[in-house]
Unconditional design. Structure first.
Length: 130
C-alpha cells in the first residue's frame, strides 16, 4: 500500500469514526423534559359579565392530559391539556354549559371562559394540589 493510499484509508476511518460518535451522542442525549400536568388541580371560575353565579370552585383531575371532575359536585367536566400547557375545557351542569381556554405552567394556570349561549363570561385560575 502506498503512502497516499494509507493516508486516505486512515482519513476515511477517522471520518467514519467521527460520524459514528456524533450519531451516538445524539442518541444518548437525555430526552427533553415534557411537562406533566397530571394530578389534582383546584380551579376557581369567576363571572365577569352576565347573570351567572359570581364564582365557582371545582377540583379537577388531569390524567394523561384528560380533564375530569375530581369532586362531588353534579357537573360533568371534560377537556384536554396539551404538552405545552394549552387547555380546552367544557363544564356542563344540567342544561347549562361553559367552555374555557387557557394555559397551565408549572403549578398554576389561567384563562377565560364563556357559557350560557354567550350570556356569561369571565376568567378562571388553577392551582395544582397534588
Amino acid at each position: 500500500m502506498t503512502h497516499s493510499r494509507a493516508f486516505r484509508a486512515i482519513r476515511d476511518l477517522a471520518i467514519v469514526s467521527t460520524l459514528s460518535l456524533t450519531g451516538a451522542a445524539a442518541v444518548l442525549r437525555p430526552a427533553e423534559a415534557v411537562p406533566n400536568f397530571d394530578g389534582v388541580w383546584s380551579v376557581v371560575i369567576v363571572t365577569q359579565q352576565g347573570i351567572c353565579d359570581a364564582s365557582y370552585r371545582y377540583p379537577i383531575r388531569i390524567t394523561k392530559g384528560n380533564l375530569l371532575n375530581a369532586g362531588n359536585a353534579q357537573v360533568t367536566i371534560t377537556g384536554k391539556v396539551e404538552k405545552n400547557g394549552a387547555v380546552v375545557v367544557n363544564v356542563a351542569a344540567g342544561d347549562k354549559m361553559a367552555t374555557g381556554t387557557g394555559r397551565l405552567a408549572g403549578k398554576a394556570g389561567a384563562g377565560s371562559w364563556s357559557g350560557g349561549n354567550g350570556a356569561c363570561s369571565g376568567i378562571w385560575q388553577a392551582e395544582r394540589r397534588s
